[in-house]
Design a protein around this ligand. Structure first.
Ligand SMILES: C[S@@+](CC[C@H](N)C(=O)[O-])C[C@H]1O[C@@H](n2cnc3c(N)ncnc32)[C@H](O)[C@@H]1O
Length: 263
């Protein structure tokens, strides 16, 4: 199985980066793959809903589960009843590579996106990805911040959040290549995975317009007969912080994956 995957990755690498030619550089890259480095880092970029996402600063590699809910969100926002959006302001918080906000900028007209992350490499990565995708400087802003700490009073119509949410105690379930190569601060959300989710939900209300909506990704597979699922824990937090209504959705694999929250 491992060998089959490696073969597939080598073919993909050669096709995407070397037009099928086995050059000296390609041979060096194949060694990186053999050592376990994720193929997207070796290729140097990935695609996300029509955007080219450069990965040279090694942010979290965008996941297909994230692509799924962002696509659903885009579909909802661009449906006929969503056409009266005006000029909505979006916040992509915990932005990493910037893939979520870039997909919004590329696929909806007349939007302004603010990206934020507290990691300096992510900030550099988002800058680069805005350039790579030819986004006009008038349409985006990048703020380095620990959650909302560096935000002065400002309100957003939509906040899109994919925080680190893996429980530290589930570290053993994570793929070796992810643990060795992807930034751990992008993955883990404290013992139960809820550390950043709780901090974010406790403050996000203040940065949402009256009719504003949050889309929040989480891990629907966390939980057991002894431990409440992340979905249940998030429901408790939404009540605690007095959000008006919410709806949970599953991903393409049938797992609870994201929640739409109204202010
Ligand atoms: C799960 S990744 C999401 C990246 C990207 N949005 C995506 O969907 O691929 C979480 C991101 O949160 C950032 N992060 C971690 N702690 C943070 C904090 N206290 N404040 C702001 N960002 C934080 C990490 O640097 C990482 O880029």
């Amino acid at each position: 199985m491992k060998n089959k995957n490696l073969q597939r990755e080598i073919s993909w690498l050669l096709k995407e980066k070397y037009s099928g030619q086995l050059t000296d550089k390609a041979i060096k890259d194949i060694t990186r793959l053999k050592k376990g480095e994720p193929v997207d880092y070796v290729i140097g970029f990935t695609n996300f809903l029509g955007c080219r996402i450069d990965l040279s600063y090694k942010p979290l590699i965008p996941r297909i589960e994230t692509e799924f809910w962002v696509k659903e969100t885009l579909r909802r926002l661009t449906a006929p009843q969503g056409k009266s959006l005006g000029k909505p302001r979006f916040l992509d918080i915990f932005a990493g590579s910037g893939c979520v906000g870039l997909a919004i900028l590329k696929n909806i007209k007349n939007v302004k996106v603010t990206f934020t992350d507290n990691d300096k490499n992510s900030i550099l990565q988002i800058k680069k990805n805005c350039k790579v995708n030819k986004i006009s400087k008038n349409n985006y802003k990048i703020i380095k911040s620990d959650i909302f700490k560096n935000f002065v009073k400002q309100k957003f119509d939509f906040i899109l959040a994919n925080p680190p949410y893996i429980p530290v105690k589930n570290k053993y379930k994570i793929q070796e290549s992810t643990l060795s190569y992807e930034p751990s601060k992008a993955l883990f959300g404290g013992q139960d995975g809820l550390f950043y989710i709780e901090k974010f939900l406790s403050q996000a209300k203040d940065y949402l317009t009256e009719n504003g909506i949050i889309y929040l990704e989480f891990d629907g597979s966390v939980g057991s007969s002894q431990v409440l699922s992340q979905k249940k824990q998030i429901e408790k937090l939404l009540k605690k912080f007095s959000y008006s209504s919410w709806q949970f959705y599953k991903d393409q694999f049938g797992k609870w994956r994201y929640v739409e929250i109204k202010n």
